[in-house]
Design a binder for this molecule. Structure first.
Ligand SMILES: Cc1cc2nc3c(=O)[nH]c(=O)nc-3n(C[C@H](O)[C@H](O)[C@H](O)COP(=O)(O)OP(=O)(O)OC[C@H]3O[C@@H](n4cnc5c(N)ncnc54)[C@H](O)[C@@H]3O)c2cc1C
Length: 416
């Protein structure tokens, strides 16, 4: 091997696991240098973001400092904001100068997709980052505080109505977590408010919720949500968001001060400038090796990639599970290429999906077996605890959960 430079853009699920797998495969002997770049200096475990908003998990416990990465190979982390990528010159332009590469792994993730709905970008809460989760938490607590003082019933109803647009996994998990937060908090800590006054609405454009699970489990999930008192509106796309609330396609306006956008994602806008084929979500079309065909040695993975699955006859969905498997494949192929061996195509193996429906409830499928209720929820906790990066965070989250089951929720509104 010669001293080749592998540059990885993004230290989310795709980028971080590429670096970890390269370290494992190349070992100390490697003469390839790995450079990992990210605008943040931590990795975010997004599957637990809804628990940060509800206050059952502390914000710092779902992030992992990238500099804590083991250094068996010469891996370097640099906190840099990527501005653009020049594929012809094989250089990445960042806020702190240019970086050249021999191999490039683009794992820059995605941003919230508001599908051009009027007012959504400015008025709705997005739910992608740690800041989003804490900002939303502060806002919800503020709504409780204001409702506590509000005498006018109409205005009070508006303050306690929370509308989530999009009933995929994120929307459903967040809606049930908000329901638990209200149930455990109002009445007890806000004696003038009653949890039954809280009106949570999930507006979904299609005819079903949580597309990642089977029809039967999705129907069961829908029934469970409705039993909790969460209003689920199917075939109800949002067409506008304003100060007054959210407007649905049938013309109805739901008066609310809280619209949360959980309706989907689009690829990182940095990819827009690349001279390559993209799909309607802005994802870059990659070949079976997750490589950009006209640019050998350049790979795109995770939410940024349109990776066709011949078995599903569809592009793979934007999930952590897909990003991590793609990361391992790309790392393996870079290691093989460095040794002069041929590349192997990417084959996705779906391990299953679990959806938490609030304390003690859930639905999901693992290895073809369906789960619901308490077993699904316990499995959710077990699986995601195991997937968290680092023992320190696993212990901290497990303690958060234990403390949460013994004591009341912390309602401090932290000014970030
Ligand atoms: C609330 C929520 C819950 C989710 N729950 C699940 C779940 O239960 N199961 C599941 O499988 N998936 C889940 N997902 C989806 C999963 O998080 C994504 O599919 C996964 O993170 C994609 O990995 P990625 O590496 O492509 O992008 P990311 O993990 O988002 O990483 C992208 C990285 O790029 C960095 N970056 C972006 N732009 C720049 C720039 N210009 N310069 C430098 N760095 C940059 C970011 O800081 C980030 O670290 C969830 C997502 C959300 C938002």
């Amino acid at each position: 091997m010669t001293g080749r430079r592998i540059v990885i853009l993004g230290a989310g699920f795709g980028g971080l696991f590429t670096a970890l797998e390269l370290e494992r495969r190349l070992g100390r002997e490697a003469r390839a240098a790995i450079l990992l770049l990210d605008a943040r200096n931590y990795h975010l475990f997004s599957p637990m973001l809804h628990e940060v908003t509800s206050g059952s998990v502390e914000p710092r416990h779902v992030v992992w400092p990238i500099r804590a990465l083991r250094r068996r190979t010469p891996t370097t982390f640099e906190r840099r904001q990527v501005r653009s990528i020049d594929l012809e010159r094989r250089r990445v332009l960042t806020d702190r100068g240019e970086v050249g590469y021999d191999y490039l792994v683009i794992a820059l993730g995605s941003t919230t997709n508001t599908f051009g709905v009027k007012g959504a970008e400015e008025k709705a809460f997005s739910f992608k980052t740690l800041t989003d989760a804490v900002r939303l938490r502060n806002h919800l607590l503020e709504m409780f505080e204001q409702a506590d003082l509000e005498q006018d019933p109409e205005r009070r109803r508006r303050l306690l109505r929370f509308v989530l647009v999009g009933a995929g996994c994120t929307g459903v998990e967040l809606a049930t977590e908000l329901h638990d937060l209200a149930r455990k908090t109002l009445g007890r800590h806000y004696p003038r408010l009653d949890a039954r006054e809280v009106h949570i609405v999930l507006a979904e454009a299609t005819g079903r919720i949580i597309p990642c699970v089977s029809d039967r489990l999705a129907d069961l999930g829908l029934e469970k949500l409705r039993r909790k008192g969460i209003e689920v509106r199917l075939h109800a796309p949002a067409v506008g968001v304003s100060e007054g609330g959210v407007e649905l396609a049938d013309g109805q306006v739901l008066p609310t001060a809280t619209v949360i956008w959980t309706a989907g994602v689009k690829a990182n806008p940095i990819l827009e400038a690349l001279p390559v084929e993209r799909d309607k979500l802005g994802r870059v079309v990659v070949n079976e090796y997750l490589e950009l065909p006209p640019f050998p040695g350049v790979f795109v993975i995770g939410d940024a990639a349109h990776s066709w699955d011949p078995r599903l006859q569809a592009a793979l969905p934007p999930t952590a599970q897909v990003a991590v498997q793609q990361a391992r494949c790309v790392a393996r192929n870079i290691a093989r290429d460095l040794r002069g061996q041929g590349k192997e195509p990417f084959v996705y193996r779906h391990r299953g999906d679990l959806v938490s429906l609030g304390a003690g409830d859930g639905v999901g499928e693992i290895a073809g077996l369906a789960f619901s209720g308490l077993p699904a929820w316990l499995l959710w906790r077990l699986v995601f605890l195991a997937k968290l990066i680092g023992w320190k965070n696993r212990i901290r989250v497990a303690l958060d959960w234990i403390i949460g089951s013994l004591f009341a929720r912390d309602l401090a509104k932290l000014e970030w």
